[in-house]
Design a protein. Structure first.
Length: 379
């Protein structure tokens, strides 16, 4: 009888152990699933941040804020090497500590981390100690994890998270942190192209308009506030003739006067740029093609019926320049007036599609059109 009871108790114990193991596995599975869901939300938040904010700096600050909020990180700092120096791109640490935070690549323990492309965990054992890289502070951070960042095997900077508690990251799931780090790299890789565009955007000397590159950065952000827009490219088809048969000064004035007239007569919600040479682009944000036809016809008629000429002052300036050694008189050569001729092409643009492809097709159309063509064509 006693043996039977013992056997039953043993079976019960084994049953409970098996049950507990099963429950533990389910809990762990649930935790992993929950973490994956959290990571998906973070990735989605990252993508939203890329679309919602404008400059590269704002995007990076936004994703750092997301990390701090979603993963309850005490301190998070992203430092990027811009080719000349290390810059703190985002941090919730007091700015007085930024000099130390942007010099971590010079700390021996982090040099090894950078060379091996592996994270480095550092901590203190009690409240009276400080981390090796801290120069002026004692109480802010007591543990930290340093992550070197690479894009296509090229070192670009680092991400460091810190806590005010010793050994706070002892049991942290490093796989999750690696996922976060890769998300940071993905975002940096995405915005680096925008940074390039931002750095090369210029204003045209004659017109004061932004260059083509503006369309793919700030311009596209304005356009993509709407589902559908109309992209218009036009070309001053007789500008070479004006430069050759009249004079270049009159040709320059034709370009500036056309630019001024259009800029004064379009909404501030639209994007107007000098695309290249005699070609210009107007992006009618949120307007379909049939909504711009009448406006473009009016613009075209007005420009093509308004002679443009140099003022007496401008002619005198040309004659004065001609008096300089080695200069020939151009004021007398420059004819009184010129009338520009324009060729327009319009296309629909849908948010999320390739704007550059639309512009490429329009440019090809204008460049291959007959020199005498002066129409408004929808392609």
């Amino acid at each position: 009888m006693i043996i039977a009871v013992v056997i039953i108790l043993v079976l019960i114990v084994f049953g409970l152990v098996a049950y507990n193991v099963t429950i533990h596995k389910k809990i762990q599975k649930f935790k992993n699933m929950n973490q994956k869901i959290t990571n998906l939300y973070v990735v989605q938040d990252f993508m939203n941040a890329i679309g919602e904010t404008s400059t590269v700096e704002e995007k990076i600050k936004k994703i750092n804020d997301i990390l701090i909020e979603r993963y309850e990180i005490k301190y998070s700092t992203i430092v990027v090497f811009d080719g000349a120096e290390y810059q703190v791109k985002a941090s919730n640490v007091d700015q007085k500590h930024w000099n130390a935070l942007r010099a971590l690549q010079n700390v021996d323990m982090f040099k090894d981390s950078i060379q091996s492309a592996t994270p480095k965990y550092v901590t203190v054992n009690n409240e009276n100690e400080r981390l090796p890289y801290q120069e002026m502070e004692f109480g802010r951070a007591k543990s930290a994890i340093f992550f070197p960042l690479y894009i296509d095997n090229v070192y670009i900077g680092y991400w460091i998270i810190e806590s005010g508690t010793p050994h706070d990251f002892d049991n942290v799931d490093t796989t999750v942190l690696e996922v976060i780090k890769e998300n940071i790299v993905s975002v940096l890789k995405t915005v680096v192209h925008q940074k390039t565009l931002e750095s090369i955007v210029r204003k045209d000397l004659f017109t004061g308009l932004y260059s083509e590159e503006y369309l793919y950065g700030e311009g596209k952000k304005i356009i993509d506030q709407y589902t559908i827009s109309t992209i218009c490219m036009f070309k001053i088809i007789n500008i070479q003739e004006i430069n050759r048969e009249y004079c270049r000064e009159l040709g320059n004035k034709v370009i500036t006067k056309i630019s001024e007239y259009i800029a004064e007569n379009i909404s501030e919600d639209y994007v107007f740029v000098r695309y290249m040479g005699p070609k210009f682009v107007i992006a009618f944000s949120g307007v379909e093609t049939n909504g711009v036809a009448d406006f473009l016809n009016e613009i075209k008629e007005k420009i093509e019926t308004t002679p443009i000429e140099l003022t007496n002052e401008e002619r005198q300036a040309l004659n004065l320049e001609a008096r300089l050694p080695g200069k020939a008189s151009r004021g007398a050569e420059c004819k009184d007036r010129a009338i520009p001729k324009l060729n327009f092409v319009i296309s629909s643009y849908y948010k999320g599609t390739a704007l550059e492809e639309v512009l490429k097709k329009q440019e090809e159309y204008l460049d291959n059109a007959e020199m005498t063509e002066s129409d408004i064509t929808n392609i």
